[in-house]
Design a protein around this ligand. Structure first.
Ligand code: ADP
Ligand code: MG
Length: 388
């Protein structure tokens, strides 16, 4: 990726807080490059440093060290005299609590950033731009209402209109959907992504919700403990998790402890509590190495007749639950219980003897020492891709 095209360049960012005399390293050496028009997501469990990273980019926090470049301009660096204050950074921001002003009308909420802006914006221009922003988020005609008269989803869109009204170079969104109920969240996910795509505005999105991250992002940085543990396209992270943490955090998975036995049919044979499994291993592994195999529940087949291909292990149904759109089925295989997802039309009963089929390419071998080996993930064909 060429740095000329990077809209945001964060290098070795560090930020600590003092909390009851203890130093908390909230961000510990975070680096990323975001291209123009990209939808980039910081994903991770609560407390991993997402918000702090975003606040540093916004200029709401002073960094301890590292450099932040937005649109070719250094806005923060290890040199403390280099610091561009938030209002001089060309950004729009939406927080989890959308922080709209309840005593103001919808119109005035959106107009506010223009009214306090350094360059004086004439009244008719304010009117035009506010109306444009409201149309963008489908709130045209709502300008005269009090902000509090809007529903949760509308307030969320209002916050978005306010963030967009100055046509910022960069949009920063911190868990903007987390206060909405499940249905609305799902709807807004698509709506927000569509709007971002139409505007082509470079976006940093913060969430702890893996579905939001997987469904909306061009790229995801998965964070843990103030660090980025893996960065990549959604499919890449899901299909090629580099560590057990990534495999567990993104979706559910079966993790099997395994010992490398030896080469087998251009692959490796691995001994696991569920039995012998054949899979590709990261280069460098040797017999006797301890590794972990990650197998996604949706990639396991269950058969009553012994199938002839893939890894086939005999097992016994431990639990079967019909969940409407799918069925969750757990199978006892040797000393492990494997979680699987099946088509809702199938039916198994407790104790039934079955064969579990695990395609070789669905076994992702993770080695602490040698990294990860997994089949190439499919490149996205969708215009995922960042506008040229
Ligand atoms: N103002 C603050 N004072 C003290 N500690 C803070 C402050 N803000 C964040 N932290 C701590 O920094 C860490 C990262 O927090 P945060 O960036 O908010 O994480 P996230 O957004 O991923 O949940 C946490 O341990 C949090 O308690
Ligand atoms: Mg946060």
């Amino acid at each position: 990726m060429s740095s000329e095209r990077s809209a945001v360049l964060v290098t070795e960012l560090e930020k600590s807080y003092i909390d009851r005399k203890e130093q908390v390293k909230a961000v510990n050496g975070v680096s990323f490059h975001i291209q123009e028009g990209e939808f980039y997501t910081l994903l991770g469990p609560s407390g991993c440093g997402k918000t702090t990273t975003l606040r540093c980019v916004a200029g709401l926090e002073r960094t301890d060290s590292g450099q932040i470049v937005v649109d070719g301009k250094v806005v923060s660096s290890h040199n403390p005299t280099v610091f561009v204050p938030p209002h001089k950074r060309d950004i729009g921001m939406v927080f989890q609590s959308y922080a709209i002003w309840p005593h103001m009308t919808v119109f005035e909420n959106v107009a506010f950033p223009l009214r306090v802006s350094k360059q004086r914006v004439p009244g008719h221009e304010i009117k035009r731009r506010v109306e444009e922003a409201l149309t963008l988020v489908q709130l045209e005609g709502y300008g005269g209402r009090l902000a509090t008269q809007l529903s949760g989803g509308q307030q969320q869109r209002l916050a978005l209109a306010r963030a967009l009204v100055r046509e910022p170079k960069l949009l920063l969104l911190d868990e903007p959907l987390s206060n909405l109920d499940a249905k609305l969240r799902e709807y807004m996910r698509a709506e927000l992504r569509d709007l971002q795509r139409r505007l082509g505005v470079t976006t940093i999105y913060v969430t702890h919700d893996q579905i939001e991250a997987l469904s909306m992002s061009n790229r995801i940085a998965l964070m843990s403990d103030g660090k980025i543990v893996q960065e990549g396209r959604p499919r890449e992270l899901y299909q090629k998790p580099a560590t057990q943490f990534v495999a567990n955090f993104l979706g559910s998975t079966n993790l099997l402890e395994a010992t490398v036995q030896g080469p087998l049919d251009a692959m490796w044979s691995l001994e696991t509590p569920a039995g012998q499994i054949r899979a590709a291993c990261p280069s460098g592994v040797k017999p006797g190495d301890k590794v972990t195999i990650s197998i996604r529940p949706e990639s396991l087949g269950i058969h009553t007749q012994e199938p002839s291909s893939g890894n086939v292990l005999p097992g016994e149904i431990d639990m079967f639950m019909f969940l409407g759109e799918m069925a969750e089925c757990r199978v006892r295989v040797g000393g492990s219980v494997l979680r699987t997802r099946q088509h809702p039309n199938v039916n198994f009963h407790h104790g039934e003897r079955v064969f579990v089929q695990i395609p070789v390419e669905s076994c992702t071998v993770i080695s602490d020492e040698y990294g990860v080996a997994a089949p190439e993930y499919q490149e996205e064909t969708e215009p995922e891709a960042v506008p040229a």
